[in-house]
Design a protein around this ligand. Structure first.
Ligand code: UN1
Length: 517
């Protein structure tokens, strides 16, 4: 077969420019003189590894002004009724729907996602907008049975303040929308520091939200974008005007952000590393299991925080299962993510490719046996890009490298004899985001979901670890950071709770039977 073709950088640049223009953002050509006016940030594409252009970075002065304006806006936005705030998010959802192809183009160009996954990410944005609009009429507090006659005890949820959002390259738009749609209906303006690797998607989202604000009469100051490096993450962590810092990224990043926010008693919502595992028991439906595993492990080129990284298989089914996964891995079309046949696109950059190669070498030093993939492809066509075949590695034990999250498609296979042993291996890593069990045995399934089962924030049965819907709370335990965002009652992190005791009697009985005066 002819060598797979990759799009050229000029074509990608033109495609990115038209998507940006349609979303109402400046196209790349208009930044030609960016370098003359101050510091810049490159916009790159992992498809070829080349720079598409250079954007003006936010200056420290602009960042300070953004924080001040966000805080000023909070003082009025908090008094706008929540359903009226919901109208802004409703409009945003409409604009995202109208521009889903444009946003998906930008996600593919900047993050390297295949078409259906890029569209799926935008679908997640639209879904969370729908969710948040409904939520805008359901920010319920409780009425509580009090102890005293003539008194009413209740709780009220109020807007919290400015929400600082730090997001990662791998879900460049969905994670922003989870935070922003919910924060806005909760009455919190947003200051966003996206990954330095994905500034174009950030500019497109910012333009669409600005349009939604203009269309609905909401203040422009409800959203601000900071394009730049870690200094802006530090600024959000340190500034007392930022009431909540919602940060998605590495454990290393979380370790730096969390103590700084804690030092000023700010609130943190952390979505850090995952090292997600699936347990496969002897009764598992292997057809379904193989499909579930291959999407979770090789999908998104292994670059989801929910990616399946460890497979814990009962020794009786290990051989047939491994054989089928090796076969499926051999069939995965790799290459241009815009090509409808492709299932595995590039890693985000060559550093990710190097990290993958180093992890594979470490695994082999630990006695691991490479069963499939792991090799670099298309190196001649795109020397600055990192196309790699998803790797399957059989490990003799859960060694240090298996306990480490490498943000690349490596699936380590371990075997077990008893379910207790499987659960111990499963939980024997520092991270605690997502997990699953493949079984047709109800006892095994329920045990996995029980208090002494999976210790993760997400625990699934007969479905992989990735691809959660927005309706549930998303997040995990241990080094994953403990935060929950997206659906369910995750909105509470974006609000403050006031407990109200109202005395409508003519007496003043004191609680706990205290007598005084
Ligand atoms: C992430 O990788 O940061 O559950 C988020 C999933 C997606 C979100 C992943 N809905 O895989």
């Amino acid at each position: 077969p002819a060598a797979p073709r990759l799009p050229d950088t000029a074509a990608l640049r033109a495609r990115a420019s038209s998507a940006l223009r349609r979303c109402g953002a400046r196209d790349l050509d208009t930044y030609a003189d960016a370098a003359a006016t101050g510091p810049t940030l490159p916009a790159r594409t992992p498809l070829t590894g080349a720079a598409l252009g250079h954007l003006p970075a936010t200056t420290p002065g602009q960042a300070e002004a953004a924080l001040a304006e966000a805080h000023r806006t909070f003082l009025t936005w908090r008094t706008v009724p929540a359903p009226v705030r919901g109208a802004l998010v409703k409009r945003l959802g409409e604009l995202l729907t109208a521009h889903q192809e444009d946003l998906a183009d930008l996600v593919t160009i900047e993050a390297g996602k295949i078409r259906s996954e890029a569209l799926g990410e935008v679908r997640e944005m639209i879904d969370i907008c729908d969710f948040a609009v409904g939520l805008s009429r359901q920010l319920y507090g409780r009425t509580i049975a009090g102890e005293r006659p003539g008194h009413r005890l209740s709780e009220t949820w109020h807007p919290l303040g400015v929400a600082g959002v730090i997001s990662a390259f791998n879900f460049p738009v969905a994670v922003w929308s989870w935070n922003t749609a919910v924060a806005l209906v909760c009455g919190d303006p947003v200051v966003w520091k996206p990954s330095e690797l994905t500034p174009l998607t950030a500019l497109a989202c910012t333009a669409l939200l600005a349009r939604a604000a203009a269309d609905t009469g909401a203040p422009a100051g409800v959203h601000h974008l900071l394009l730049g490096g870690r200094e802006f993450g530090e600024m959000l962590a340190d500034d007392p005007r930022v009431a909540l810092v919602s940060a998605t990224g590495s454990v290393r990043m979380g370790r730096q952000v969390a103590p700084r926010v804690a030092a000023r008693f700010g609130r943190c919502l952390l979505e850090l590393g995952g090292n997600n595992a699936a347990v496969v028991t002897p009764s598992a439906d292997l057809d379904l299991t193989v499909r579930g595993i291959v999407f979770a492990a090789a999908g998104t080129a292994g670059q989801r925080c929910t990616t399946l990284r460890r497979l814990i298989v009962h020794e009786d089914v290990a051989e047939p299962l491994i054989e089928r996964i090796v076969h499926a891995y051999g069939q995965l079309p790799l290459g241009d993510p815009f090509d409808a046949a492709t299932l595995v696109g590039p890693l985000v950059d060559t550093a990710a490719g190097t990290a993958m190669a180093e992890a594979l070498a470490a695994a082999q030093r630990d006695g691991g046996k490479l069963l499939a993939g792991g090799d670099r492809c298309l190196a001649a066509e795109a020397p600055e890009a990192a196309y790699v075949r998803p790797a399957l590695v059989r490990m003799p034990a859960q060694t240090e490298i298996v306990r480490t999250e490498t943000f690349a498609p490596i699936l380590y296979v371990l075997t077990y004899r008893t379910l207790d042993e499987a659960i111990a291996l499963h939980n024997g890593v520092p991270q605690g985001l997502s997990s699953s069990i493949f079984t047709r045995d109800q006892r095994e399934a329920e045990r996995f979901l029980a208090p002494d089962g999976s210790d993760c924030g997400i625990a699934n049965v007969n479905i992989g670890t990735s691809g959660a819907e927005i309706g549930g709370a998303f997040g995990g335990e241990k080094e994953t950071g403990g935060g929950r965002e997206s659906g369910s009652d995750a909105w509470r992190a974006y609000m403050r709770r006031a407990t109200n005791t109202v005395n409508y009697s003519a007496d003043l009985p004191l609680a706990q039977g205290v007598n005084f005066l």
